[in-house]
Every structure is written in structure tokens, then in C-alpha cells.
Ligand binder design. Structure first.
Ligand code: SAM
Ligand code: SF4
Length: 497
């Protein structure tokens, strides 16, 4: 691959319409958190918001991408946008104005997949009458494949995430009159790296270090939709981090379905912890986050690195899925409740207090009242700072689909409510203990109507606060907590004395 470009953070902050390529180098190539991680929600995110094209590109047709699902999808869309910018497309303000309308989809739960088809229905007429080109990317594309053309014949492009490397070719086929173009190969050892990435978040840069998944959890579509695990070469990752730091980013979030099973394919052969330390050592980088960690690949060295390196954030998202060893086995999660609790004990023994969040599924086939009780007691034992909880959703091509003893929907709903209620209590109690403490916050939002600023602590807690300063967006400031809710904290900006 030749030159690589990143859209500049200053341009994003000021909303200026042009950003020159910032650097060039021969690169090879989603919150139980107290706020809300995008993959936990089925709500779509959309961009572009502002038109940002490299100067080299001559604006031609326009595009709009709507993204459903996890942070990995959000970041894939940033790279797809980069591919289109590189081909001279310009961002449209909204779907109606776009010549090319792309849906980057999620099929992790049935509801998310259904939403996509409802969206496609909305654009049937404009595809037929105005010649709008409509494409489906991501997990639904991979899962449904050619059938999308049957269900929605006005769709012209179907491309799964393992084929994103082929996107420039596929787009060219569309430009030269192709009616139905597809990229659905799963058997790949390639990762998706782009010459241009159109980053949507001016404060936190996502960076995928590992794609696909080699686990085979019985409920999960990811191995079928994202293909086998493949890590990105460490040189390429570190080059990109340096470019991001040069362009003003101070916070990096490393992404992967099992981010901590990273294994450098290059001769340097870095493991996950070595890469973490190297990313944190890049000058200008102040915060490094990573998600999602798999408990099986979670080792003490990760905790030791967080203890030693201040730039590594003191937050770990470690999905447990169930507190019952019997259900974990049936889910094929490869660890027991006790194995998991041992890893939690390493974090609790750290010198820095580490915030811990998780994902939980209720109502997996065969889950008894007693199994569910094990999950509730796990909440009490671990004392999570946040949990994303879901009702089990049967998905096509997964082993759990044909398992006996399905839990009725109503019972799943009842268990979910009990679980969420208990976790809410835990979060209230934990957050109340933080009142009076002062945290460093990276300011990333403003609620004008409430006269508040908003930001995140290193432990990924959301802090809404007042300040006497005019504009502190993008700054690191000290905030004293004055009140606590279950999902966020309230505070006031304190200037260093
Ligand atoms: N790779 C991560 C891991 O192993 O923990 C999780 C990735 S998955 C995209 C995000 C979350 O969606 C999972 O942790 C799980 O809680 C939830 N999930 C996945 N499949 C599901 C299903 N069929 N029904 C309900 N929730 C599901
Ligand atoms: Fe899905 Fe399991 Fe892989 Fe996570 S580890 S992506 S839950 S198969």
C-alpha cells in the first residue's frame, strides 16, 4: 500500500471543509462502561456529519453510510468512507441526498438484523426512480448473502466485512454499470487497511488490531460473519498510532472481537501486552483503551502493564455471559465461573483501582432458575461498574439454534429485569462512593441546554460537569464529583491551585 492519510483532528474540531493529508508513510497495509457502548445498542450511528475530503480528491458522487452495531462496525465505516473519499466521492448530509447509500449492518441479535430490512424498504422508490445505488455491508450482508437481492431487489452491492479489501473493485464495478456486485469470501488472512480513514470522533481514535474470531461460542454469529481471526502487523499499527498522535489524537482505542488474543504476524512477533506497551509509549498518546477482552486470553501481564503504564486506562471490559459454569460450558465459553473469578481477583489486587464491566446473556437454552441465580450472585461478587445485558436471541447457523429447552420470551424478560435492577443498585452504591473525589476528564461534549460539559475519566466513567471556562472541548481537565447516578457522575471543574 502507498501513502496513508488521516483526516485531521483540527479540521474535525473546527468543522472546516478541507483537510490536507497529514502524513505519509509506507504503511503495510463499542460500555458496560457507565455510558453506552455502541454495540450494546441496536441504534444506528450515521456519518458523515461534515464534508471532509482530501484535497487530492475531486468531488463526484456523494455517499452516506448508516452504521449499526459495535465499535468495530463504526470503525469499519470510517475506513469504507476513506475508500470512497479516495475515489473522489463526497459525503452527503443525509441519506436522501446521497447517490450511494450504504448500510453497515449488525446481526448479533435478531432485532438489529430486522432494522436493516426495514431501512432498505424506505429506499425502494428512490433506488428505482432516482437511480440511487444502495449497498449492504457487514454482518447481515455476510449472513444473508445473495438472498438480500431476492428480498430487496433494489440493492446493488452486498459485501461482508472479510471482503472489504475488495471494495474499491466492487465500487468500480458499480460505476461501470454493474447491477449486482458481491464480496462474500470468508476464507481470508487479510485485514482491512485503507489509504484514507475518515475518522468520525475527533477525540478518540478507533484502531482495529485483530479481525474475525476463532472461538465458537454457541450463540454467536461473529465467526460466520467476520471470518477467522487475523491480526494486523505491529509496524502497521504503530505507524498509524504515530500518525494519529501527529494529527492531534491523544486517546486510542484498540479494537478486536477478542482483542487480547492479538498475535503479531510480522517477524517482530509482538504479543498483546507488548503491543499495548508500545502504543502507550508513542509520544503524544495519553490514553490507550482496548475492547473486547476474552476471559480465556486474559493474563496477569495485562494487569501488570496497567499498573506500570499510566497511559493504559484503568478499565477492562471482560464479558462473562453467565455466572453458571453449566451454562458457560453449554455456551462453549472455555472457562468456568471460578476461572473467571480468578481473573477478577487479579484486577482487584492491582495497585490502581480498575473499573470492570461485562456482557451478560439471560435465557440461554437450558438456563434454569438456579443457573440464573448464579448469574445474579456473580454480580454481587464481582461488583461490576457496568453491564450490558441481553436476552438470548437465537441466530441462524449457530449451534445454540437447535438446542433444547428454550426459555420462553416472557421468562427471559423477567430475568433481564431482575438482573438490570440488581446491577443498577450496585452501580448506585459504587458511584456514590466516588462523591468528593477528583478525576481527570477528557472533555468530549457539551450539553448547552443544561449548561454542562461532558467527558470521560480514564476508567471510562461519564462525568457531566459545570465549568467557568469558555471552551474546554478536547482538553484534559480536573473535575470534582458532587453527585452520582447509576450511569454517570455529576461534578464541577476545578482549576489546579
Ligand atoms: N467477542 C466478545 C466476547 O466474546 O465477549 C463479544 C462480541 S459480541 C459482538 C457482543 C455481545 O453480544 C456478546 O458479549 C454477547 O453478550 C452478546 N451476544 C452475542 N450473541 C448474542 C445472542 N445470540 N443473543 C444475545 N446476545 C448476544
Ligand atoms: Fe462471538 Fe465468542 Fe467470538 Fe466473542 S469470542 S465474537 S462471543 S464467538
Amino acid at each position: 500500500m502507498g501513502k496513508t492519510f488521516d483526516i485531521g483532528i483540527d479540521a474535525l474540531r473546527t468543522g472546516s471543509s478541507h483537510s490536507a493529508p497529514l502524513s505519509s508513510s509506507p504503511a503495510q497495509g463499542g460500555e458496560g462502561l457507565l455510558g453506552g457502548r455502541s454495540f450494546s445498542s441496536d441504534m444506528p450511528t450515521s456519518f458523515p456529519l461534515g464534508a471532509l475530503a482530501p484535497e487530492a480528491a475531486t468531488p463526484r458522487k456523494s455517499f452516506f453510510i448508516e452504521t449499526f452495531g459495535c465499535q468495530m462496525n463504526v470503525h469499519d465505516s470510517e475506513k469504507v468512507a476513506g475508500v470512497l473519499l479516495g475515489r473522489g466521492y463526497r459525503p452527503a448530509e443525509n441519506p436522501a441526498q446521497a447517490d450511494l447509500l450504504l448500510y453497515n449492518t449488525c446481526s448479533i441479535r435478531e432485532k438489529a438484523a430486522q432494522k436493516v430490512f426495514s431501512r432498505l424498504g424506505d429506499h425502494k422508490l428512490s433506488a428505482r426512480n432516482d437511480g440511487k445505488v444502495i449497498g449492504v455491508l457487514g454482518c447481515v450482508a455476510q449472513q444473508e448473502g445473495e438472498e438480500i437481492f431476492e428480498r430487496a431487489p433494489w440493492v446493488s452491492l452486498v459485501c461482508g466485512s472479510a471482503s472489504y479489501r475488495k471494495l474499491p473493485d466492487l465500487v468500480e464495478q458499480l460505476e461501470t454499470g454493474g447491477r449486482r456486485v458481491m464480496g462474500l469470501d470468508l476464507d481470508t488472512d487479510e485485514t482491512f487497511e485503507t489509504e484514507i480513514t475518515r475518522r468520525d470522533n475527533p477525540f478518540r481514535a478507533y484502531l482495529t488490531i485483530i479481525e474475525g474470531c476463532d472461538y465458537s461460542c454457541a450463540y454467536c454469529v461473529v465467526p460466520h460473519t467476520r471470518g477467522p481471526e487475523r491480526s494486523r502487523a505491529s509496524d502497521s499499527v504503530l505507524d498509524e498510532v504515530r500518525r494519529l498522535a501527529d494529527s492531534g489524537y491523544t486517546e486510542i482505542q484498540l479494537l478486536g472481537q477478542t482483542v487480547n488474543s492479538y498475535s503479531d504476524p510480522s517477524p517482530r512477533g509482538m504479543n498483546f501486552v507488548e503491543l499495548l506497551r508500545a502504543v502507550a509509549a508513542v509520544p503524544g498518546i495519553r490514553r490507550v483503551r482496548f475492547t473486547t477482552s476474552h476471559p480465556n486470553d486474559f493474563h496477569r501481564e495485562i494487569v501488570a502493564a496497567i499498573d506500570e503504564v499510566p497511559a493504559l486506562c484503568d478499565h477492562i471490559h471482560l464479558p462473562v455471559q453467565s455466572g453458571s459454569t453449566r451454562i458457560l460450558k453449554s455456551m462453549r465459553r472455555t472457562y468456568t465461573r471460578d476461572d473467571y473469578l480468578e481473573k477478577i481477583s487479579w484486577m482487584r489486587a492491582a495497585r490502581r483501582p480498575i473499573s470492570i464491566t461485562s456482557d451478560i446473556i439471560v435465557g440461554f437454552p437450558g438456563e434454569t432458575d438456579s443457573d440464573f441465580e448464579d448469574t445474579v450472585t456473580l454480580l454481587d461478587q464481582v461488583q461490576y461498574d457496568g453491564v450490558f445485558s441481553f436476552k438470548y436471541s437465537p441466530r441462524p447457523n449457530t449451534p445454540a439454534m437447535s438446542m433444547a429447552d428454550a426459555v420462553p420470551e416472557e421468562e427471559k424478560g423477567r430475568r433481564l429485569a431482575i438482573l438490570q435492577d440488581r446491577q443498577r443498585q450496585i452501580q448506585i452504591e459504587r458511584n456514590e462512593k466516588l462523591v468528593g473525589e477528583t478525576f481527570e476528564v477528557l472533555v468530549d461534549g457539551r450539553h448547552a441546554s443544561r449548561g454542562q460539559w461532558s467527558g470521560r475519566t480514564t476508567s471510562n466513567r461519564i462525568l457531566n460537569f459545570t465549568s467557568s471556562r469558555e471552551n474546554i472541548l478536547g482538553e484534559y481537565v480536573q473535575v470534582r464529583v458532587t453527585r452520582a447516578g447509576p450511569n454517570s457522575l455529576v461534578g464541577e471543574h476545578v482549576e489546579p491551585s
